[in-house]
Design a protein around this ligand. Structure first.
Ligand code: PEP
Ligand code: MG
Length: 591
């Protein structure tokens, strides 16, 4: 996705009439939006939408026992998960225990279960039968005048989603062979985490924006991806031989021998280039006139620290801890979290690590939580969710603190838009510190607390917020989405998702100036930090630190070492003062 922004992204209008190119052999080339760089050759694994959206699929009588067994296995797994959660909270929280106990009662209700099985016997899949039966009950509760019964409908909605996810997990787990290229209508970030575990080598989707979390995860896992490929799941069948080109956004079906040879050549050049970059590991990250720019890594799990350290990062600038929630498909308890954070802290030691509190919500939803929001990106996300669920937030803060005893951790809050949210979080953090002190548990009493600057309100009020926190990290992905009112996950507005928009650049400059004025460190951890066209501008406005996926770090270091800070500063001033987008693009050398 990075590089020549305008030439690499195919407008959707063009896609409509130039969807495929037939070549002389049997090769067919499909065009899409390049979303994660890299190339791969492998067999297609097509996830039909039926597996994701659950319509009324009819099955033959022969399949009834298998479907009943899928239902029962799903239920068995879910009951086990709830039971073990219940064992952990018993005695701690009466409320949570009561909710979990009610969930178990519903799942174990024989009458309810028989009704679902009856539907399967009538010829529906396990998923369809679950949806039909649950929806009927949900409708009944929703229409009730009794508030408590209405509440019950949300609980059922939650259970339904969770049960479907559990049944589906079993399907995806067992059927995707290693080295597959996934073809799907759309995918969630959780799916991408899952694909990584299954050693998937490429992802093709019909939907999705380039800045969606699914796309970003694919980039950080180094899985080539092409999105916005219309009709992909109709045009590509299981086991088709495919070459995916995540640089150009091209999919070649049944590639000819010539094409395969040229793919191999490109792939080996890609490897050579990576080797060349390796020579930069030991060199400093500084401009040719000696200005140091700290380079950190964005990671998703303890395993990623290894690669980050290998490429010579000076710290971990962003740990997206919500990935732990998404891979477990539930909120982990304090102990599980502590182990995960401690492992990251130890592996990165003595370098600092910024742990971001769960940024749950919007497209990073947890399967099982009801999707009832009309505009989830503008809704119950990040800090808003955390302050509403103080039990979950406090668990995480305690786990952060316990893992901080060696003093190389920092805490960062996501989606901050008001001072209030910072103040409330600080009160809770102090409460958690006191609880640990009372029990003589060691932790870093001066653990730095920072915030993501990713809403226009935070960017505009950065000078005020700087008095309340220890550091800023600019999340350009959301800052772009919220400043331009362009959904980062929506392929129809991908062309409008312009992270170089003058308004976004002005806000970034305002944040950097405010941080400098108040003498707190400021970094960028959004995708812009690694964008080839942005490096000069960001260094020129005086950024202290850039945090990028490990795979991008050395390219970025190479660009920094080729820069002259004084010239970059002068050019950054011209960029900020430029009058038109065209002039700005020219200065950024995008056109
Ligand atoms: C951002 O918004 O730029 C960011 C780094 O956070 P995320 O992409 O996880 O929302
Ligand atoms: Mg963000």
């Amino acid at each position: 996705m990075f590089g020549e922004k305008t030439s690499k992204i195919f407008p959707m209008t063009l896609l409509a009439d130039k969807k495929t190119d037939k070549t002389e052999s049997n090769e067919i080339v499909l065009k899409g939006i390049p979303s994660s760089p890299g190339m791969a050759n492998g067999r297609a694994f097509v996830i039909m939408p039926e597996l994701i959206i659950i319509p009324n699929i009819l099955i033959s009588v022969d399949n009834v026992p298998a479907e009943i067994s899928r239902l029962e296995t799903g239920l068995f797994m879910m009951i086990g998960e709830i039971q073990s959660a219940l064992d952990k909270v018993k005695g701690d929280s009466q409320n949570i225990s009561a909710i979990l106990e009610t969930n178990l009662l519903i799942l174990n209700d024989e009458f309810f279960l028989d009704s679902i099985k009856e539907r399967i016997k009538k010829g529906y899949t396990a998923e369809s039968a679950v949806v039909q039966e649950y929806d009927e009950q949900i409708k009944f509760f929703k229409n009730s005048k009794d508030g408590i019964l209405q509440e019950r409908s949300f609980e059922l909605e939650h259970l339904k989603d969770k049960l479907l996810a559990t049944i589906r997990k079993k399907i995806t787990n067992h059927e995707i062979p290693e080295n597959s290229i996934i073809v799907a209508q759309s995918i969630t970030p959780t799916d991408v985490v899952h694909f990584k575990e299954l050693k998937v080598i490429g992802i093709i989707t019909e939907a999705g924006g380039i800045a969606s979390h699914s796309s970003m995860l694919a980039r950080s896992f180094g899985i080539p991806a092409v999105i916005g490929v219309r009709d992909a799941h109709n045009l590509i069948q299981n086991n088709f031989d495919l070459i995916i080109d995540g640089y150009a956004g091209l999919i070649t079906i049944s590639p000819s021998d010539d094409f395969i040879n040229s793919f191999k050549e490109k792939k080996s050049k890609e490897e050579d280039r990576k080797r060349e970059l390796g020579e930069l590991i030991k060199l400093n990250s500084e401009t040719e006139d000696g200005i140091q720019i700290k380079l950190s890594a964005n990671i998703d799990s303890p395993d990623d620290v290894k690669e980050a350290v290998l490429v010579g990062c000076e710290g971990i600038g962003l740990v997206r801890t919500e990935n732990l929630v998404m891979s477990l498909k539930r909120f982990p308890d304090e102990e599980e979290q502590y182990k995960w954070y401690k492992e990251i802290a130890d592996r990165a030691y003595p370098n600092p690590v910024v742990l971001r509190a769960f940024d749950i919500g919007s497209d990073k939803y947890l399967e099982g939580l009801p999707h009832i929001e009309q505009n989830p990106a503008l809704g119950f996300r990040g800090i808003r969710f955390l302050l509403h669920r103080e039990d979950i937030f406090a668990n995480q803060l305690r786990a952060f603190l316990r893992a901080s005893a060696n003093k190389n951790l920092k805490i960062m809050l996501p989606m901050i838009s008001s001072l209030n949210e910072i103040e409330h979080s600080k009160i809770l953090l102090e409460k958690c510190k006191k609880e640990l002190s009372d029990k003589n548990v060691p932790y870093d009493m001066k653990i730095p607390l920072g915030i993501m600057i990713e809403t226009p309100s935070a960017a505009l009020l950065a000078d005020k917020f700087a008095d309340a926190v220890d550091f800023f990290s600019i999340g350009t992905n959301d800052l772009t989405q919220y400043t331009l009112a362009v959904d980062r996950t929506n392929e129809f507005v991908t062309e409008l998702y312009d992270t170089f928009h003058p308004s976004v650049l002005k806000l970034i400059k305002n944040v950097v100036d405010s941080a400098k004025w108040k003498k707190i460190p400021v970094s960028i951890c959004g995708e812009l930090a690694g964008h080839a066209a942005a490096t000069g501008f960001l260094v020129g406005i005086g950024i202290d630190e850039l945090s990028v996926p490990p795979g991008m770090l050395l390219e970025l270091k190479k660009r920094i070492r080729e820069l002259n800070y004084k010239r970059a500063k002068k050019k950054a001033r011209e960029i900020i003062n430029s009058n038109s987008s065209a002039e700005l693009m020219k200065l950024l050398e995008i056109i």
